[in-house]
Design a protein around this ligand. Structure first.
Ligand code: FAD
Length: 286
């Protein structure tokens, strides 16, 4: 299949993008890396009247650390995050997550902002960003608003971004030094979307657990987080937390696995991620 006809714009500044979206937002789609959107266009599952290509907007293409906070510009490539020595050293959970995204050819084009905006519950970066309580800066003609990860992902493939809005950047606070972390997932083949997974961060008695592929959105396992807070993490408590985490979810089955299989897989991934994070807790990232 080939896409339905569309008009094409390639603005050079954020202001120009916002102007186009203010006029054509409802009928337009933003094109970032194209790794999710182009297949949707080719299958005619998306038929926007206009594509707004943001690849030439230089001010969106950055990755920087300022006052300890990591700020990821919307068109920062996934490969840039993967190859960033400072991001890998200071935000190793993000590094572990991005290494698991697809294949290098896709990470070379795919953007961090595009992955977040696409909001696939089986995507690694939204889950890691949810675990890290990331903030999303969104701009429109009315101004800029900042939304926390707990609000940003609304449902399957949907975020709070309105048609006239642009995701401009994502901010992530620094994890406490030596925080334990782990991103564990299971996929049938290397580079495939995972069938289930979990991201964990442990620091100063606080436990964060985010689930991949268990719900319509990346999901924080709040009951399990609270039960484990301040507890010693060992095989028994990690297994109990896995069971608690899946009490909160009802994953849907598909050709790759039944709902019950995915629940069991999620419990196992939570246990595995907790034990790995506990093993790393107190150690500086390699
Ligand atoms: P695009 O495809 O350009 O856009 C995606 C959506 O986000 C569109 O609706 C677009 O309008 C919107 N959008 C993009 N940027 C913005 C913005 N700044 N503001 C508002 N809206 C915006 N991903 C994984 O996480 N794990 C995988 O294992 C995985 N496997 C893949 C395997 C294959 C074969 C392919 C083709 C893709 C795979 N992906 C996987 C998806 C990949 O990570 C995509 O790069 C990502 O989902 C979308 O990023 P993008 O920059 O390509 O966005």
């Amino acid at each position: 299949m080939k896409p339905a006809p569309f008009e094409y714009r390639d603005p050079r500044t954020v202001d120009e993008v916002i102007d186009v979206l203010a006029e054509h937002g409802e009928d337009s789609k933003i094109l970032a890396g194209g790794q999710s959107l182009v297949p949707l266009l080719n299958f005619r599952l998306a038929q926007p009247a206009m594509l707004v290509d943001i690849n030439r907007v230089e001010e969106l293409s950055f990755l920087r650390c300022s006052a300890g906070v990591l700020t990821i510009g919307a068109t920062c490539r996934q490969a840039t995050l993967e190859q960033s020595i400072f991001a890998q050293a200071r935000w190793p959970l993000l590094g572990e997550a991005v290494d698991l995204v697809a294949h290098s050819q896709i990470r070379n084009r795919g953007t961090v902002g595009g992955s977040a905006a696409h909001a696939d519950p089986a995507a690694e970066l939204p889950v890691a960003l949810s675990c890290l309580d990331a903030r999303f800066n969104i701009r429109s003609a009315s101004g800029t608003r900042t939304v926390g990860a707990d609000e940003f992902f609304s449902t399957h493939l949907t975020t709070v971004i309105e048609p006239d809005e642009l995701l401009v950047s994502i901010e992530v606070d620094p994890p406490p030094a030596g925080a334990g972390y782990a991103f564990c997932e299971y996929s049938r083949r290397h580079g495939d979307f995972a069938l289930g997974g979990a991201a964990v961060q442990l620091a100063d008695g606080e436990v964060r657990i985010a689930l991949l592929g268990a719900s319509d959105t990346p999901l924080r396992a709040t009951e399990a987080e609270q039960a484990l807070a301040g507890q010693q993490i060992d095989a028994e408590t990690a297994a109990e937390a896995g069971e608690l985490a899946v009490r909160e979810v009802e994953p849907t089955g598909d050709i790759h696995g039944s709902g019950e299989y995915r629940r069991r897989l999620t419990a196992t991934m939570v246990k595995r991620a907790l034990l790995l994070a506990a093993d790393r807790d107190g150690r500086e990232a390699a």
